[in-house]
Write a protein that binds this ligand. Sequence first.
Ligand SMILES: [Fe+2]
Length: 417
Amino acid sequence: MKTRIPVTDLQLGMFIHKLGGSWLKHPFLRGSFLLTDTRDLMAIRECGIQDVWIDPSQGQVVDTRSRLAADAQAPSPPTTPEPDTASRPSGEMTEGTASSTRSSPGPTSITQEIERAKRICLSAKSQVKDMLQAARLGKAIDAGTTQLLVREIAASVERQPVALLSVARLKTHDDYTYMHSVAVCALMIAMARQLGFDDERTRLAGVGGLMHDLGKAAMPLDVLNKPGRLTDAEFSVMRSHTVAGANMLRSSGADSTVVDIALHHHEKIDGTGYPHKLPGARISELARMGAICDVYDAVTSQRAYKEAWNPAEAMRQMAKWEGHFDKQLFSAFVKSVGIYPVGSLVRLASQRLAIVLAPGAESLLTPVVRVFFSLRSEEQIPVQTIDLAAPNATDRIVGPEDPSKWGFPGLEDLWLK
Ligand SMILES: [Fe+2]
């Protein structure tokens, strides 16, 4: 039988069934594990969790006080990190022990988080791929994997809201289906954060984003992978991914909110969406959020039949679409991602081109940018980073530029590296 105990009574050797308190605030990626490491014990005691559910049938208590005292006296163990972990920023995740499930709380620099986001995306991609392949074979969805992945993505968004969003936008044609799920998950969490949702609703938004296109696993592969525009008949088959996904989620025991996001993320405020042509008032807030995040990621991703839109241009265009999105939610979305999202190509008043490197601390209009090209001389210039919000900054953004018009090779390297 599971027992709830105050955190002060927690001891090494106990099997933690569930940590009380906020899932976003405690520093562990896994909720259940055998507590064997004094560092984990100290971390749980110090992170503000009040109580813990333990499973006495799976643990064996050891004398914590003597162990803690021994650890305090013992010299630090020699550290011989694996080659892969040696260069990781502090707090970077590895796999295996309970202590290694700790994620790094607190803000990090955007450069650090972009490095982390690259690794999270790589791992997330293969997990989503496995999940969709299992779903295609009719297997149930593994809720445990989903929760872990959403938590990992949420922790990254919490540390640096835009890093993972920007990395997940970059995807190849082959990656699209998997990375789109990861990107929409991250966008939903960023939006939920902007809207001040509580932890549980934020989690549901993330899971809903990750699962919104699960029904694509039930679509015929020749239609799903067709490298071009779909015919009307094929499009009508693809539209059924909403109902198929909802059915799969329902039978896997998913929360009704998650089912609703999968079912209604293609509805439009003016009632012309699918599958149910719901009027705006009958589309749930989370499904309306799903519609915004889904379209933004789709239009800013490179597809076989179209170039990716510049993120800043996508914001501008989507704002003009009448009847598609909830306007209030769209402005929350812009606040969470930025008018000039990281990675956008922009033209400055000084007749230079720049890439957006980080959001502005004070205003969405004054991000940190990296200039690299002069429009006057039509030549590359030495790369220079400028904080447009700095008191001595004299330059400003005039508007977004279409990268496909310029064809600069390796533009991503300017903000990714
Ligand atoms: Fe969809």
